[in-house]
Design a protein around this ligand. Structure first.
Ligand code: G1P
Length: 271
């Protein structure tokens, strides 16, 4: 059973400057709700019981957001506003689920993941990249179902325009299992258009095995001098660990870029 989710939040958010110059991107509102709450709601709805946030000293305000009890209590005492009481209850629910670990140097998603090693209890866990919002259908929930059926790792996948492949991890697929799921033969972090084996991109939802920590421990920095989970996944695939690419049916919103962030507010407002 997958009960733990890891969410790396230590990134600098430079693609969203100036909004992120003093404010973490994950707390930016999308249609009146901080982006990270959409991710937490996806977790809760998928049966996740514990979430591990990887933050940095610079982003401690994220912790404060979930630990601001005194502030709420003071206001609620003075004003019995139903909406504020409900919001506070929601924050308390999130707070109970979240543990915090630190990654103070941005050395990549793989390095961030390593910081959680001691807290992981099961053989598999969920990892979600908070820039990637998926609405209309719970992608994590579908992936957990696939994992339960095939007992293997699962990664979310989406077709992207060929000219944009170097922005993503790109899959080379082995064979189809059914309409939405295929076995992965290999995966490359941000390949050039020339070297990309397909236009099927990695989207930020992964069900990963505990074993990945042993790979990450020995991994050398890859693209851009960072430690990438993609490279650790490659090395597991080389050792015959099976990984499934799941092409999800929800709508993908890229909240990590300014254009995408603006668009996501409009899209969510339509629902
Ligand atoms: C990360 C991953 C990449 C994946 C992408 C999805 O890249 O390294 O493989 O395709 O997330 O959003 P980043 O967005 O951190 O550059």
């Amino acid at each position: 059973m997958i009960k733990q989710a890891i969410i790396p939040l230590a990134g600098l958010g430079t693609r969203l400057l100036p909004l992120t110059s003093v404010f973490p991107k994950e707390l930016l509102p999308i249609n009146g709700k901080p982006g990270i709450e959409y991710i937490l709601d996806e977790c809760i709805d998928s049966g996740i019981k514990e979430v591990i946030f990887i933050i940095s000293k610079k982003k401690e305000i994220i912790k404060k957001y979930f630990h601001n009890d005194k502030f709420y209590k003071k206001i609620i005492k003075k004003k019995k506003d139903r909406r504020i009481i409900d919001e506070y209850k929601k924050i308390l629910k999130y707070k109970k689920m979240i543990k915090f670990v630190y990654q103070n140097k941005p050395k990549g998603t793989g390095d961030a993941l390593l910081k959680t090693k001691k807290l992981i209890k099961g053989k598999f866990f969920l990892m979600m990249l908070p820039d990637d919002l998926i609405i209309k259908k719970n992608c994590s929930k579908s992936m957990i179902k696939i994992h339960n059926r095939y007992k293997s790792s699962v990664i979310a996948s989406m077709n992207v325009k060929k000219k944009t492949v170097s922005r993503w991890g790109i899959f080379k697929l082995k064979k189809k299992i059914n309409k939405d799921n295929s076995l992965i033969e290999d995966v490359f972090e941000k390949p050039s258009i020339k070297n990309a084996p397909s236009n099927k991109a990695v989207i930020g939802r992964y069900i990963l095995p505990y074993k990945i920590f042993y790979k990450l421990l020995h991994l050398k920095p890859g693209k851009g001098g960072e430690i990438h989970i993609t490279d650790a996944i490659r090395s597991l695939i080389n050792e015959n660990e099976s990984f499934i690419a799941h092409s999800f049916s929800g709508k993908y919103l890229d909240c990590g870029t300014m254009n995408g962030y603006i668009k996501s507010t409009l899209e969510i407002a339509k629902i």
